[in-house]
Write a protein that binds this ligand. Structure first.
Ligand SMILES: [Zn+2]
Length: 109
Protein backbone atom coordinates (compact mmCIF):
# COMPACT_ATOMS: atom_id res chain seq x y z
CA UNK A 1 0.00 0.00 0.00
CA UNK A 2 2.70 2.42 1.04
CA UNK A 3 4.86 1.48 -1.96
CA UNK A 4 2.20 2.38 -4.54
CA UNK A 5 1.54 5.66 -2.76
CA UNK A 6 5.18 6.68 -3.03
CA UNK A 7 5.91 5.68 -6.63
CA UNK A 8 6.61 8.52 -9.06
CA UNK A 9 6.35 7.01 -12.52
CA UNK A 10 3.53 5.57 -14.60
CA UNK A 11 3.73 1.97 -15.65
CA UNK A 12 3.72 1.00 -19.31
CA UNK A 13 0.24 -0.47 -18.88
CA UNK A 14 -1.09 2.81 -17.53
CA UNK A 15 0.42 4.78 -20.41
CA UNK A 16 -1.02 2.35 -22.95
CA UNK A 17 -4.42 2.62 -21.28
CA UNK A 18 -4.33 6.43 -21.52
CA UNK A 19 -3.27 6.27 -25.18
CA UNK A 20 -6.07 3.80 -25.92
CA UNK A 21 -8.63 6.11 -24.31
CA UNK A 22 -7.32 9.09 -26.30
CA UNK A 23 -7.47 7.02 -29.48
CA UNK A 24 -11.07 6.04 -28.82
CA UNK A 25 -12.00 9.67 -28.11
CA UNK A 26 -10.34 10.77 -31.37
CA UNK A 27 -12.23 8.11 -33.34
CA UNK A 28 -15.52 9.29 -31.84
CA UNK A 29 -14.96 13.06 -31.98
CA UNK A 30 -13.12 13.72 -35.27
CA UNK A 31 -15.87 12.40 -37.61
CA UNK A 32 -18.45 14.44 -35.71
CA UNK A 33 -16.47 17.63 -36.30
CA UNK A 34 -16.05 16.94 -40.02
CA UNK A 35 -19.74 15.95 -40.42
CA UNK A 36 -20.63 19.19 -38.72
CA UNK A 37 -18.69 21.09 -41.40
CA UNK A 38 -20.55 19.30 -44.19
CA UNK A 39 -23.96 20.08 -42.71
CA UNK A 40 -22.91 23.70 -42.09
CA UNK A 41 -21.99 24.03 -45.79
CA UNK A 42 -25.33 22.54 -46.82
CA UNK A 43 -27.15 25.01 -44.57
CA UNK A 44 -25.10 27.86 -46.06
CA UNK A 45 -26.03 26.70 -49.59
CA UNK A 46 -29.70 26.66 -48.58
CA UNK A 47 -29.39 30.20 -47.18
CA UNK A 48 -27.66 31.35 -50.39
CA UNK A 49 -30.50 29.89 -52.48
CA UNK A 50 -33.13 31.67 -50.43
CA UNK A 51 -31.19 34.94 -50.60
CA UNK A 52 -30.81 34.69 -54.39
CA UNK A 53 -34.50 33.84 -54.87
CA UNK A 54 -35.52 36.81 -52.75
CA UNK A 55 -33.28 39.18 -54.72
CA UNK A 56 -34.61 37.69 -57.98
CA UNK A 57 -38.17 38.47 -56.84
CA UNK A 58 -37.15 42.06 -56.07
CA UNK A 59 -35.47 42.31 -59.49
CA UNK A 60 -38.63 41.01 -61.19
CA UNK A 61 -40.77 43.54 -59.35
CA UNK A 62 -38.49 46.37 -60.49
CA UNK A 63 -37.88 45.17 -64.07
CA UNK A 64 -41.01 43.12 -64.88
CA UNK A 65 -38.85 40.18 -65.99
CA UNK A 66 -36.56 37.64 -64.39
CA UNK A 67 -32.80 38.22 -64.59
CA UNK A 68 -30.60 36.10 -66.84
CA UNK A 69 -30.45 32.40 -65.99
CA UNK A 70 -26.75 32.66 -65.11
CA UNK A 71 -27.47 35.76 -62.99
CA UNK A 72 -24.93 37.82 -64.96
CA UNK A 73 -27.07 40.97 -64.84
CA UNK A 74 -28.39 40.86 -61.27
CA UNK A 75 -25.06 39.53 -59.97
CA UNK A 76 -23.25 42.58 -61.34
CA UNK A 77 -25.60 44.93 -59.48
CA UNK A 78 -24.31 45.97 -56.07
CA UNK A 79 -27.86 47.02 -55.19
CA UNK A 80 -28.86 43.34 -55.14
CA UNK A 81 -25.57 41.63 -54.22
CA UNK A 82 -23.30 44.17 -52.50
CA UNK A 83 -20.55 41.59 -51.89
CA UNK A 84 -20.99 39.80 -55.21
CA UNK A 85 -22.83 36.63 -56.13
CA UNK A 86 -22.23 33.79 -53.69
CA UNK A 87 -21.03 30.42 -54.96
CA UNK A 88 -22.07 27.10 -53.48
CA UNK A 89 -20.05 26.30 -50.34
CA UNK A 90 -20.62 22.57 -50.87
CA UNK A 91 -19.34 22.07 -54.44
CA UNK A 92 -18.09 25.55 -55.38
CA UNK A 93 -20.36 25.85 -58.44
CA UNK A 94 -22.17 29.02 -59.48
CA UNK A 95 -25.91 29.34 -58.95
CA UNK A 96 -28.32 29.49 -61.88
CA UNK A 97 -32.06 30.14 -61.88
CA UNK A 98 -35.04 29.06 -63.88
CA UNK A 99 -36.22 32.06 -65.88
CA UNK A 100 -39.81 30.80 -65.71
CA UNK A 101 -40.09 30.32 -61.94
CA UNK A 102 -37.25 32.45 -60.53
CA UNK A 103 -36.09 29.55 -58.35
CA UNK A 104 -32.48 28.41 -58.11
CA UNK A 105 -31.84 25.29 -60.19
CA UNK A 106 -30.30 22.23 -58.53
CA UNK A 107 -28.35 22.45 -55.27
CA UNK A 108 -30.48 19.81 -53.57
CA UNK A 109 -27.56 18.62 -51.44
ZN1 LIG B 1 -25.15 24.16 -53.33
Amino acid sequence: MRRSFCRRAFSLTELMLVLAILGILAVVIVPRISNHQVSANKAACYANKRDIELQVKLWKRANNSYPAANLSDIGASTAYFPSGLPSCPVDGTAYTISTTTGFVSGHTH
